[in-house]
Design a protein around this ligand. Structure first.
Ligand code: RAM
Length: 332
């Protein structure tokens, strides 16, 4: 009995020794720049604002700059400018896994800390990746959600963001892995379309999908821009209530479509918390509190202490499923 309580006490001592530095040990007045996929995407705006709020808490200077389209190389000139300005850290949602790596490497070689959030680069391009949730779980759960909605039967399509987006492509890889399970034998993925996170293009791609595949039973749109454009299309179509649309959406954008029966359920995490966590991670790197290695722990304000996992990944937490019953509890 005595031996057992000694053993129980030991981990507590170890934990105590590894307690992270407190907020006071962050350097103040550093510039942390947010570089979203595109500056006018409402999701990215919420995420950046979460980051800017964290910078204020820490006593750092936050700013957000970025392109108006989510093209693979549209962020390059912004990276170069931030390097010339000698910011302390760049927090970027990458539009391509590889195209930006040389430019981000150059930033890191000059002492600038690089953190990806929302959409990663290849690990060589950054010190940390702040992931909104476990990628495998996001991809698989989208298919699970749609499977339930259509009785595990029929043709399905994906309406994605850009063809190069690291996050959507990773989730789609896991969607395909889920679809390969025997329980989905009667569900068939017929097409992946790309709306480029552009509202108009997403709307037109949605229209193209339903015209080209008249037997379509369900669509997954793992992008807030795509799902809201698709829902707008569906809301005035005779297919409303027949064709199931799910994916990743902002509750405020999706609320009318959930209330009018266009959409049954969809998922997301808190984009503001994602930006907030990324800001704390960047500030911790730039303050020398952590170096970004696995097991490093840093304080993240209201989100508590966070730990760096494998391949420099820090995970925010599991997503929420929104439907008629709970959507009014969320305001973002
Ligand atoms: C869009 C963007 C973003 C993604 C969300 C779910 O706003 O593609 O990168 O995380 O959707």
């Amino acid at each position: 009995m005595q031996r057992r309580s000694l053993l129980l006490a030991a981990p507590a001592l170890v934990l105590g020794a590894a307690l992270p530095a407190d907020a006071a040990s962050f350097k103040k007045g550093q510039t942390i720049a947010f570089l979203p996929k595109q500056i006018n995407n409402p999701y990215e705006v919420i995420a950046d604002n979460g980051g800017l709020a964290a910078c204020k808490e820490i006593g750092d200077i936050g700013k957000a700059v970025g392109p108006s389209d989510a093209g693979a190389s549209s962020q390059v000139s912004y990276i170069n400018t931030l390097v010339a300005q000698r910011v302390a850290a760049i927090v970027i949602a990458a539009n391509d896994p590889n195209a930006l790596v040389p430019y981000l490497k150059r930033a890191m070689s000059q002492g600038i800390k690089v953190v990806t959030f929302d959409s990663d680069t290849a690990p060589a391009g950054r010190q940390l990746f702040i992931n909104q949730a476990v990628s495998e779980a996001i991809g698989r759960s989208e298919v699970q959600l749609l499977g339930k909605l259509i009785g595990y039967q029929g043709e399905i399509a994906i309406l994605s963001a850009t063809p190069n987006a690291t996050n959507q492509n990773t989730w789609i890889k896991w969607m395909k892995a889920e679809l390969a399970l025997p329980k989905y034998a009667r569900m068939k993925l017929v097409k992946i379309a790309y709306g480029n996170d552009d509202d108009q293009k997403s709307f037109i791609e949605m229209q193209g999908l339903v015209q080209a595949y008249p037997h379509l039973r369900g669509i997954i749109s793992p992008t807030t821009v795509g799902i809201s454009a698709a829902a707008r299309y569906l809301s005035t179509s005779p297919l409303k209530g027949k064709l199931e649309l799910t994916g990743l959406g902002l509750p405020n954008q999706m609320r009318p479509y959930v209330k009018d029966g266009t959409v049954t359920a969809f998922e997301l995490w808190s984009p503001a918390d994602l930006g907030y966590l990324a800001a704390y991670a960047a500030a911790a790197l730039a303050s020398g509190i952590i170096t970004g290695k696995e097991g490093d722990t840093f304080p993240a304000g209201k989100l508590g202490s966070r730990t760096v996992g494998k391949m420099g990944e820090v995970v925010l937490g599991p997503p929420t499923v929104f439907d008629k019953a709970n959507i009014d509890k969320f305001n973002f």
